[in-house]
Design a protein around this ligand. Sequence first.
Ligand code: ATP
Ligand code: MG
Length: 258
Amino acid sequence: MKISVCGKGGSGKSTVVALLANEARARGYHVLVVDSDESNSGLFRMLGFDHPPVPLMELVGGKTSLKQKMGQPSVLSETRIALTQIPERYLLQRDSLMLVSIGKILQSLEGCACPMGVLSREFLKKLILQEDELAIVDMEAGVEHFGRGVDTSIDSILIVVEPPLESINVGQKIHDLASGIGIKNVWAVMNKVPSEEIAIRLKAELEKRHIEVVGCVYYDADIYSSSLDGSIPVKGVAREVKMVMSSILSRAGMPITT
Ligand SMILES: Nc1ncnc2c1ncn2[C@@H]1O[C@H](COP(=O)(O)OP(=O)(O)OP(=O)(O)O)[C@@H](O)[C@H]1O
Ligand SMILES: [Mg+2]
């Protein structure tokens, strides 16, 4: 399964990616996290690495070189990329948890982020996964990635929605865009929910909009305070994350292996 984690800015996409990646790894999956957010750079820390990976953008000669190749049918020379074929230089790995990063905007006036979108789309399309492998993509905030076609290369979308209406509205837009391009698995996870009462109301609101909810991660004060140093404590929300993971795996027809 290639699952892309989407949602409004700040809704908790990267947090959810890190929580799910750890949970999937604990269940025996080989997990590749793909950092496809060209703005934020702290995902490596959330996953417990002490430095960021060398971006894949460098594999194709950097952004300027990629821009020149953008009209060509492909920018990566490989036709299929298995997890074991990702060059070591671009991969961070701790036992069965792996991280690659597409690229970041580093300077002002360096131009738009379209080349990152092109590379993301092609890398995800060529990525070949075995049954015990999962790719979890930390997507940039909002919906621009749909315009760049990044989502055409994945099979499942997890929308992170927090209670504010604006987050629900962005979630709805993502849901409709994803369904519109034929992605069969489009789910929402509610995040930063402060109470059971709000969980019930938020779930009802999402279901009214025909968005299938796979679970709820409550607001956790330790997660919030740990974000000050970039780490994520998993304990406080472990039960909720387990339920979300089981729900996703069973819907995708994959072994749940608790
Ligand atoms: N369940 C939660 N409980 C408490 N705080 C949370 C929870 N989930 C996320 N947060 C906090 O919300 C903030 C934003 O989280 P995160 O960086 O994961 O969001 P994001 O959607 O990836 O943001 P961006 O759009 O900037 O990439 C962080 O301070 C994080 O600690
Ligand atoms: Mg993020």
